[in-house]
Design a protein around this ligand. Structure first.
Ligand code: LLP
Length: 427
């Protein structure tokens, strides 16, 4: 089978290989391509530090790949800190390797950041107080909400007064005073205004960051680094723009230089992407198990649901799809299957368990080659916020994950079993 897959799928994702993976590991199955991740890292090398927002894809083997590439890591929970440690971060006693970003510190996480001396990126003054009492001298960043934000959905906009994230910009002075009172060590200022950001506003963001550095300097604080946060998008639909990382860096570099001039010394510039580094490296492989007609709508039912990929149900997100017919009849020179508009839906007992939907849950039909039972379907660009947002809803075990590196492949997470789920309930 030589059918090319739609969109910019990794070159390792050939129909023959994906079919063999489905046969070997079963479906639903997450598949990642290591070279795609490496090439996205390479496109951001101009930044002094790349910090992977692991919430996008927190498998320890993906974290190890990041570490091998010199990428640092962001953690947002105790679990993510422990994952980063398991992947070898902080092993070289470089306290800059893991940064814990949050708006609160639960007691267990506070103990963990103190024990492992993980730098804390504080989104509230209460965090600074609690950390300062437990660990005077601890390294901190201040995450500032500049009063505006953007995202691909309201749910991923992390700036402005409707967002719970970050220290409100007018509280910077109070936050700095808290840092000083506890003798905390201020590393830098951080801003992440949303995921899937509209770059028309980037100069506004950079300007806000320079203003914050100015304010910190005027209050007698030194700043060693600034973080541009994450938010870089990827083209989920054919024809959507590919981000110009050189231009993106250029705007931030200019802001860094302006801030450095204020401080009178050099300043490190870091970036904290999640989606950009991993989204295009991943696909969700699922098997067609039923097809049917309901009035005007045709349905293709697959064995993955929003328990695996939550994004369409949660945000109305679009993911390209490729059908991999079992009999290879979709080949360009073969006997192509007719295209048929269809709703692609999963096995969950929820009407919203539909992969082809718009914002607000409107069910949409997608033009795909006509699917038959036992065909495979690849859902593209699911490397970010795919497996990491999966759940056990409907008592479905988490799916397995496989990492392809050139010709080699590795099972990087076993499929969970129902027995493992039940074991937690002390039968
Ligand atoms: N830094 C911070 C502090 C963040 O909160 C996030 C994402 C990132 C970095 C990385 O953002 P990225 O580069 O991936 O856009 N589940 C949603 C995305 C939620 C993002 C939450 N925070 C989705 O599937 O689109």
């Amino acid at each position: 089978m030589t059918t090319p897959l739609c969109s910019a799928a990794p070159v390792t994702f050939t129909p023959a290989r994906l079919t063999a993976l489905a046969q070997g590991f079963g479906t639903p199955l997450w598949v990642y391509d290591a070279d795609t991740i490496r090439s996205h890292i390479a496109a951001l090398r101009a930044f002094d530090r790349i910090r992977f927002a692991q919430k996008a894809c927190s498998n320890v083997h993906i974290l190890r790949l990041m570490r091998e590439q010199g990428v640092k890591v962001d953690a947002v929970s105790r679990g993510e800190i422990l994952r980063a440690l398991a992947a070898g971060f902080q092993g070289g006693f470089d306290a800059a390797e893991i940064v814990f970003t949050a708006d609160l510190l639960d007691r267990e996480t506070l103990a963990t950041v103190v024990q492992h001396q993980v730098a804390v990126n504080a989104g509230s003054i209460d965090m600074l107080d609690q950390l300062g009492e437990a660990s005077p001298g601890h390294a901190v960043w201040l995450r500032i909400n500049p009063g505006f934000g953007h995202g691909h959905s309201n749910k991923t906009n992390t700036g402005g007064e409707h967002s719970k994230h970050g220290i409100w910009h007018t509280d910077l002075g109070a936050a700095l005073a808290t840092v000083r009172r506890h003798g905390l060590k201020l590393v830098g200022l951080h801003m992440h205004i949303g995921s899937g950001v509209d770059y028309g506003h980037l100069s506004e963001v950079c300007g806000a960051m320079v203003g914050l550095v100015r304010q910190a300097h005027a209050a007698g604080h030194d700043v060693h680094a600034i973080s541009a946060g994450g938010g870089l998008s990827i083209p989920y639909r054919a024809g959507e723009p590919v981000i110009d990382t050189a231009h993106y860096f250029g705007l931030w570099d200019a802001a860094r230089q302006e801030a450095a001039a204020v401080l009178g010394h050099a300043l490190q510039l870091e970036i904290e992407p999640g989606r950009y580094l991993v989204a295009e490296s991943g696909g969700l492989l699922t098997e067609v198990r039923a097809t049917k007609q309901a009035g005007a709508n045709h349905f293709t039912l697959v064995d993955a649901g929003f328990s695996e990929l939550m994004r369409p149900a949660m945000y109305g997100s679009y993911h390209a799809m490729s059908l991999l017919p079992l009999d290879g009849t979709n080949g360009a020179n073969g006997n192509p299957r007719p295209v048929r508009p269809t709703v692609v839906a999963g096995p969950l007992c929820e009407s919203g368990d539909v992969f082809t939907q718009g914002e607000g849950g409107v069910v949409l039909q997608r033009d795909l080659p006509e699917a038959r039972v036992a065909d495979l379907l690849l859902i593209h660009d699911t490397g970010a916020y795919g497996a990491s947002m999966s759940s056990n809803y409907n008592s479905r075990p988490l799916a397995a994950e496989v990492l392809l590196d050139g010709a080699t492949e590795r099972l990087i997470r076993h499929r969970q079993t129902v027995e493992a789920l039940l074991a937690l309930e002390d039968l």
